[in-house]
Every structure is written in structure tokens, then in C-alpha cells.
Design a protein around this ligand. Structure first.
Ligand code: HEC
Length: 218
């Protein structure tokens, strides 16, 4: 094995503007004046300065970063996404709790009563009931851990809207959570409609709880 003597012509130059694969290396004239002193693993390089436009953009990022920081964090003129979210959430909650039965402004007793006449809404409500509620109220609503939803007794209020309000906001201190925090408004409306359609079916199940209430108008 013979050691190969390294000459300046053998050393590849990184960053040479002339470099191209098709280039005949014999024609390569190394510009010794532009070569930098160091060699890494035998590789020499020219000192090619970064273009002016690049430096300008780099400097501009510092200016923008400072203005951004000043705008959002020092002066407090701008709202961060987290702050915007908090404001939007507070507004939504104010409207949500402000409506009848503690629910959305558009939910009314008439709307729930009309929903009972709509098989699509009742079917959707039954679906939701099966996936979320039967663990405590049993598959047909006759009650288990939770009260019997088919008898003419109600713990919270008397109307359909009261059922809706209980489902939406829950019964604090009991296993009945606020489903408004878990489900979409349309699902709550559908399941409340379905539950109100159960009342009066009087299935034998959990003992009566709450006060006696009149049957709901069909
Ligand atoms: C983890 C058990 C549990 C689950 C799941 C549950 N509930 Fe309840 N629910 C209860 C309990 C317990 C009560 C009684 C609360 C009380 O004593 O104030 C109740 C009360 C209610 C009431 C009020 C009844 C009344 O007499 O005023 C309605 C309506 C109701 N639940 C509907 C639902 C619906 C709809 C779902 C599914 C989206 C559901 N519940 C899921 C346990 C549960």
C-alpha cells in the first residue's frame, strides 16, 4: 500500500463557485488568496460571505421578534391565542347558561314537545341514551343507580325543560354529571326529547323519587 502525497490540487474545495460535476478538474484554478487557512479532513474552503439580502432578512427577524414581544407581552395590546380562547369561552358560557332551563337561548318547552313528534329526533336521542345513560338509568329508563325516568315522579322540576336542564347541568353532588360539558348541544336536545318521551310509561323499576308530576301532553 502506498501513501498518497496530498497536493493542493488534490484537495476538494467546498463552496467553490466553479464547482460542477462536468467541470474538468485539470482546468480548476484554485484561488489561493480566497482559500481559508484551515483544512478539515483535508477539505479546504473559500470564505464566501452570506449574501446581503440574507443578512437583511436575518436582522429583520430580530426587529420583528422585538416588536412582537413588545406588542403582546409588554404593552399587552395584542391578545395571545390562549387569551382569545378564554374570552370566547366566557362569552359562550354566559350565553349558554343564560337561556331557559339554564340551557341554550333557543331551547324551549315547545321545541322539546315538538321533538317528541319527530321520529328522527327521538331515534337520535335513543342512540345517545343507549351509549351514555343506560349504565345508571337502565336500557329502557326504568332506573338503577339513577332514578326511574318512566314514572310520574321527578326530583328536579316538572317540565321537559327541567329534564333538559338536569341533563345539561347535572345534579351536583350526585352521579349525574353535567352532560353539557361532554356532549354537543344537539345531542343534549335529542336525548332530553327522548327522556321526556319516556315519562308516563310507568315501567316497574326503581322506586319513585321526588315529587309526583302530571303526565306530559303528548
Ligand atoms: C353515573 C350514573 C348516571 C349516568 C351515566 C346518568 N345519570 Fe342521570 N341521574 C343519575 C342520578 C344518580 C340521578 C339523580 C340525581 C339526584 O338525586 O338529584 C340522575 C338524574 C337524572 C335526571 C333527573 C331525573 C329527575 O327525577 O329529576 C335525568 C333527566 C337524567 N338523570 C337523565 C340522564 C341522561 C339523559 C343521561 C345520559 C346522557 C344520564 N342521566 C346519565 C345518574 C346517572
Amino acid at each position: 500500500m502506498t501513501m498518497h502525497a496530498t497536493t493542493a490540487d488534490d484537495i476538494p474545495v467546498v463552496g467553490s463557485r466553479d464547482a460542477s460535476p462536468a467541470h474538468d478538474r485539470a482546468d480548476d484554478t484554485l484561488d489561493q488568496a480566497r482559500l481559508m487557512d484551515h483544512a478539515y479532513d483535508g477539505i479546504r474552503e473559500y470564505d464566501n460571505p452570506l449574501p446581503g439580502w440574507w443578512n437583511l432578512i436575518f436582522a429583520a427577524t430580530f426587529v420583528v421578534a422585538f416588536l412582537y414581544f413588545a406588542y403582546y407581552n409588554i404593552a399587552g395590546w395584542g391578545k395571545t391565542p390562549a387569551e382569545k380562547y378564554q374570552i370566547a369561552l366566557a362569552g359562550w358560557q354566559a350565553g349558554y347558561r343564560g337561556g331557559p332551563g339554564g340551557g341554550g337561548p333557543s331551547v324551549t318547552e315547545e321545541m322539546l314537545a315538538a321533538g317528541v313528534q319527530n321520529p328522527d329526533v327521538v331515534a337520535r336521542g335513543a342512540e345517545v341514551f343507549t351509549s351514555r345513560c343506560i349504565g345508571c338509568h337502565a336500557a329502557d329508563g326504568r332506573g338503577q343507580i339513577g332514578p326511574n325516568l318512566t314514572d310520574l315522579y321527578q326530583i328536579h322540576g316538572t317540565t321537559r325543560l327541567d329534564l333538559y336542564g338536569t341533563i345539561l347541568g347535572g345534579a351536583p353532588g350526585t352521579a349525574m354529571i353535567a352532560w353539557g360539558e361532554v356532549m354537543k348541544p344537539a345531542e343534549i336536545i335529542a336525548v332530553a326529547t327522548y327522556v321526556s318521551s319516556l315519562r308516563g310509561k310507568n315501567l316497574p323499576g326503581k322506586e319513585p323519587q321526588g315529587k309526583s308530576v302530571p303526565a306530559l301532553a303528548p
